[in-house]
Design a protein around this ligand. Structure first.
Ligand SMILES: [Fe+2]
Length: 226
């Protein structure tokens, strides 16, 4: 996708997020040069920041997601069982914009509808080999209440509602009726290794540099900051 489109999405997302009274942390607004010169490990190594993806498919309106990683712990802490074991993201699923079917190996995540339209999740359990189990019912906690769906059933979350997805639960999601502001509260997040997709797609966008970046994306860090 073109950098100009990424910049436009950043501007739109910032306005959308602020319209709900949520404000991103100060480093969100650092220029690429400021991030390069300050280079805090707590931001760069933890891979906090802007993350706009079309999953490498070049059709963001149909297949894509806006994410901003606000905080992220350490994989070593997670292994030790003490320390910073958690992460938080703020995300936007636009109306009818699919985040494709995937599961996580390590990460447990709560996906929270923070406002806007309905958030629809399509859910499956895993077979012992990790592939999609197209037969077994899916039971997921939703704000303390377990809900059970048929395999591939659609869970619809209104603003305020959330679901807990444990590792191995396959999920794809999209906004219904309007764009949706989504919160994610999870265990430590590693988007380089912990996303298993149903189809052979990428996790990050391939960027065509048609203008200067407004802010660097997390996926720019390896190339731009070292
Ligand atoms: Fe996920």
């Amino acid at each position: 996708m073109q950098r100009s489109r990424v910049n436009e999405i950043i501007r739109q997302a910032d306005a959308f997020i602020r319209s709900f009274g949520y404000i991103m942390p100060p480093f969100a607004y650092w220029s690429p040069d400021e991030l390069k010169s300050r280079r805090p490990a707590g931001i760069v190594d933890a891979r906090l920041g802007w993350d706009i993806t079309d999953y490498g498919q070049g059709k963001f309106d149909e297949l894509g997601l806006f994410l901003f990683t606000v905080r992220n712990g350490r994989a070593e802490d997670l292994k030790r069982g003490t320390g910073m074991l958690y992460a938080e993201k703020i995300m936007i699923s636009r109306k009818d914009q699919l985040s494709p079917m995937h599961r996580h190996i390590v990460k447990a995540e709560d996906i929270i509808n923070r406002g806007g339209g309905k958030l629809v999740l399509e859910l499956f359990m895993s077979n012992p080999d990790g592939s999609i189990d197209r037969d077994t019912d899916v039971s997921v906690p939703t704000d303390g209440i377990v809900r059970t769906l048929k395999a591939g059933g659609l869970l619809k979350l209104d603003p305020g509602e959330s679901v807990t997805l444990l590792p191995g639960v396959w999920h794809g999601f999209w906004g219904e009726g309007a764009d949706v502001l989504i919160g994610e509260v999870s265990t430590v997040n590693d988007d380089l290794t912990d996303n298993i997709f149903e189809k052979p797609i990428g996790r990050f966008a391939n960027i065509d540099e048609d203008e200067k970046p407004l802010h660097l994306l997390v996926s720019d860090y390896d190339r731009h900051i070292r």
